[in-house]
Design a protein around this ligand. Structure first.
Ligand code: BGC
Length: 769
């Protein structure tokens, strides 16, 4: 018997059993062996167990004696079989915090959740402990509201700056993505709720996301697009995995047995269940066979076709039984099955403090000429830009959170004690109110924000007013924003500033600089934009991404110097869109309605490309400024001759005037003789604690053979070539502080694997430097 079942539940069950004679004959989940339970199910019941219940209007009925859950707005739930003792389990988004509806029919209470910083911001902290702490808080909210599995974290690679969901994903680098995801999983699951890492795999665009055929080489898959998932599965042990919408090399991921069975389970040891993305794939039978155990959100047509395939024998009973076994192995771990109480009282106050700390610890200071920042609190600030007065909290779509409130940049500055120009504030508030009246209130969450964006251009203040502000204020702040969201990629033109934005920067910069005053830009954006053409006109740039509900406070924390910035870019900022390695093949061909996208750039994504092909960036991967300075002492290697492991240690000292934290990045340069290799790749990283001026910390990094290896698709093996390797201990991918080298005397075959997921056609891939 499951010890998690309460006495209350047992009593209820006994009463239920005594009045239901038919049920008496049926085994009960948690009491009888799972196989007995499965054997007792009809084919129809089996087909319902493997397809979600929400879209059929089925109520997630509680087991006898258990609390009936009444959560509005969950993403989906599984089918309940009360007479078998199998409850519905609740699955809900998402990566920036729990998404449920804040109101319930006939109920005056509010059910708000905390909007945490989005993934690309959180990852910019490079702080795994922080990611775990945020995960723990999200898990606590899920538990408090009765959700069993949080549909997070999301960890696809930023392949192109226009990718609509880049804000939900961590980075262009798989190691950083995988480590962040593993930390988030550990945090969330520490609360006894599950995770669903998504979208597995190679879901790097939103254009035609349900049908696009992604053609990728085995090497790029293994080293870039699967690597993060591999780390997350092995280190984080998520309860579930969500397959993606796209095809990989001709086959929908949810219908791909090589991906879900051979790789995920056999090779990586995943032991939970796989669910489809909502309405993903096009053949329920193939999905069952491929090991996509649960089809979400569940349609009657899917269960009917599974039921009849079981009846005719075209789908083997063993396949569906296997899938059910996997689902039930997770169901029995859930809060619902264990009858854990629903408090409806997450610690929103404490989590708001954490959201603020997380955002401030992650924001990236891109530019700070002549120590423009921090700003003295006696300075009168002229705050420009519509969205300085209305924060873009997060991206749109399933990654949104229904938070109780949000703090704008202007609110944050006022709370921090800065005097703002009130006339300017009033003008912007009136203008925003005008825009809000124009948008349709019935708009879904997915479209509401971009709508406001589309009805509101930047407020045209006119030269005269800007000149007046330059005379009466001490400094100018300008916010720029871009909403990113699920279901569509951004356009190439969105990468550049609009004419109105350019004009605003130009006019404010001219007027303020004429008076010897400074201009600061705050970027409240969901993905990378162009900065090189306008950055000389401003003195400081703070990248806040979509910072969560406490964003304005966190921005003010950095602007005031209450927090010393320590975030570093997790994705490169290219000079121009044409410089992006995927500019020519994103989002695929034919251009007007892409069917297929060819990843010709292979492994040369992000800094791997810019560095290997000598392309300058506006801001490189790993870059970010601080209000203090750090020195890197002489590194020590445990050996100069690599056999099976190596330890690198280095001490970092704060040589500057204020306390701060440094992200130390270790890149590897491989000989690249027998295979082409990027000029450097991130292999390890760590963040110091808070170092007071003069303080020093020693950091240790382990390098194992797999970190040196590349994937040789001819042999289906991870191989290390012989030769001289260099480790670059760096403060960004372009700022190398120390170099050490070691030798691998003999080539090594680190791991041989099964040949999987080969592309249907030969890809003419790039071969690097
Ligand atoms: C999204 C998933 C999400 C699911 C449930 C899908 O459209 O792609 O990320 O978890 O909806 O809301």
């Amino acid at each position: 018997m499951n010890i998690g079942l309460s006495t209350f539940y047992l009593l209820g069950l006994l009463v239920y059993l005594s009045i239901n004679t038919k049920a008496q004959e049926r085994p009960i989940f948690g009491h009888s062996p799972v196989q007995q339970l499965i054997d007792a199910m009809t084919n129809e019941e089996k087909s319902l167990m493997v397809t979600g219940a929400k879209r059929r209007g089925v109520i997630p009925t509680a087991l006898p004696g258990q609390q009936q859950k009444n959560i509005e707005g969950v993403g989906g739930y599984t089918y309940p079989f009360v007479d078998l003792g199998i409850p519905s389990i609740m699955l809900s988004d998402g990566p920036a915090g729990l998404r449920i509806a804040p109101r319930r029919y006939g109920d005056s209470s509010h059910y708000y959740c905390t909007a945490f910083p989005v993934a690309n911001l959180l990852a910019s902290s490079w702080d795994l402990q922080l990611a775990e702490a945020v995960g723990k808080a999200m898990g606590q909210e899920a538990l408090a509201y009765g959700v069993d599995i949080l549909l997070a974290p999301a960890l696809n690679i930023h392949r192109n700056p226009l990718g609509g969901r880049n804000f939900e994903y961590y980075s262009e680098d798989p190691l950083l993505s995988g480590k962040m995801a593993a930390a988030a999983i550990k945090g969330i699951q520490s609360q006894g709720v599950g995770t669903s890492i998504k979208h597995f795999a190679a879901n790097n665009q939103e254009t035609n996301r349900r049908t696009i055929n992604t053609i990728i080489s085995e090497r790029a898959l293994r080293e870039i697009y699967l690597k993060g998932f591999e780390i997350a599965v092995k280190e984080g042990k998520p309860w579930t995995v969500m397959s993606s919408y796209n095809k990989i090399n001709g086959i929908h991921t949810s219908q791909n047995v090589e991906l879900l069975e051979n790789l995920l389970r056999k090779e990586w040891g995943f032991d939970g269940f796989v669910m489809s993305d909502w309405y993903g794939g096009d053949d329920p039978i193939k999905q069952m066979k491929a090991g996509n155990d649960l089809l979400m959100p569940g349609l009657a047509t899917w269960s009917n076709s599974i039921d009849s395939a079981l009846n005719t024998g075209s789908l083997a009973t063993e396949v569906v039984d296997r899938n059910i076994r996997r689902i039930l192995s997770i169901v029995q771990r859930t809060p619902t099955f264990k009858n854990r109480p629903v408090s409806n009282q997450p610690n929103l106050k404490q989590h708001a403090e954490l959201a603020r700390k997380a955002a401030a610890s992650s924001m990236v200071l891109l530019k700070n000429e002549n120590t423009t920042l921090p700003l003295d609190k006696t300075q009168k600030v002229a705050v420009f830009g519509n969205y300085s007065y209305k924060l873009i909290v997060g991206g749109t779509g399933s990654g949104m959170v229904n938070n109780a409130y949000s703090v704008s940049l202007a609110d944050g500055l006022v709370a921090a004690g800065y005097p703002l120009d009130q006339d300017l504030a009033n003008r912007y508030h009136n203008y925003l109110a005008l825009g809000e009246r124009k948008i349709d209130k019935s708009d879904s969450l997915i479209t509401a924000m971009p709508k406001l964006d589309s009805v509101l251009n930047e407020l045209q203040l006119g030269k005269k007013i800007i000149q007046e502000k330059a005379a009466s204020c001490d400094v100018a702040l300008i916010s720029l924003m871009r909403v990113f969201g699920e279901g569509g990629d951004r356009k190439q033109t969105d990468f550049y500033l609009t004419n109105a934005e350019e004009e605003l920067i130009k006019q404010v910069s001219t007027s303020f600089r004429k008076k010897g005053k400074k201009v600061v830009v705050v970027l409240n954006i969901g993905g990378v934009i162009e900065t090189a053409s306008w950055r000389d006109q401003v003195d400081a740039i703070l990248l806040a991404w979509h910072p969560g509900q406490e964003g304005g406070h966190a921005m003010a924390d950095i602007i005031s110097g209450r927090i010393n910035p320590s975030g570093k870019l997790t994705t490169s900022f290219p000079l121009r869109y044409e410089n992006v390695p995927t500019a020519k093949n994103f989002p695929g061909t034919p251009a007007d309605n892409p069917l297929k996208v060819l990843y010709e750039e292979g492994i040369y994504i992000g800094y791997r490309y810019y560095d290997s092909y000598n392309r300058k960036t506006a801001y490189p991967f790993g870059y970010g400024l601080s209000y203090t300075r750090f020195s890197y002492k002489e590194p020590i290697l445990s050996t100069k001759v690599f056999r099976d492991n190596l330890n690198l240690s280095i001490s970092i000292q704060n040589d500057g005037p204020v306390a701060g934290r440094e992200v130390v990045q270790v890149y590897l340069r491989a000989p690249g003789l027998s295979m082409h290799k990027p000029s450097k790749e991130l292999k390890a990283f760590a963040k110091t604690g808070t170092l007071t001026p003069g303080a020093m910390e020693r950091m240790d990094f382990q390098i194992d053979p797999l970190l040196l290896a590349s994937f040789n698709s001819k042999k289906s093996a991870w191989e290390v070539e012989a030769g001289t390797y260099e480790l670059y201990i760096s403060s960004s991918s372009s700022h190398i502080k120390k170099k050490v080298s070691f030798n691998v005397p003999k080539g090594m075959l680190v791991k041989k694997v099964e040949k999987l997921l080969a592309p249907p056609e030969e890809i003419n891939e790039w071969t690097g430097r």
